[in-house]
Ligand binder design. Sequence first.
Ligand code: DAT
Ligand code: MG
Length: 126
Amino acid sequence: MIKPDGVERGLVGEIISRFEDKGMNLEKIRKLTIDEKLARRHYAEHVDRPFFSELLEFIISGPVIAMEWSGESAISICRNLMGATDPKEAAPGTIRGDYGIVVTNNLVHGSDGPESAARELEIFFG
Ligand code: DAT
Ligand code: MG
């Protein structure tokens, strides 16, 4: 998913290109604005974290681009292209490393395993 900061900053094409250039296949794409109910479902694992209110406020702050990508080792390859969660620690050459500074505004979300991928695809694409 391209988060509200990535959309707002006009980085949609750039971010999609990084996954395409690597050899991933774009299967589905949808622009939507997440509401609080959907955010709580999507980020259910984080609702009790101290940073949740900030994360919630940010993720509902503007439109996002939800995507399904397929390909060999798609989950780990996409997470590697995204970089570390905190853009301060993300390596140059990664999306977060090249475009982010603040952990909340880290541009992209990616499923961290097959179960979360299935769960999140169901949320955004049914
Ligand atoms: P990731 O998005 O790399 O899978 P995560 O699932 O641990 O990271 O956290 C979800 C999002 O929550 C993350 O993209 C940004 C935010 N976040 C994580 N840790 C945070 C922290 N310590 N302070 C503020 N926001 C944080
Ligand atoms: Mg995560």
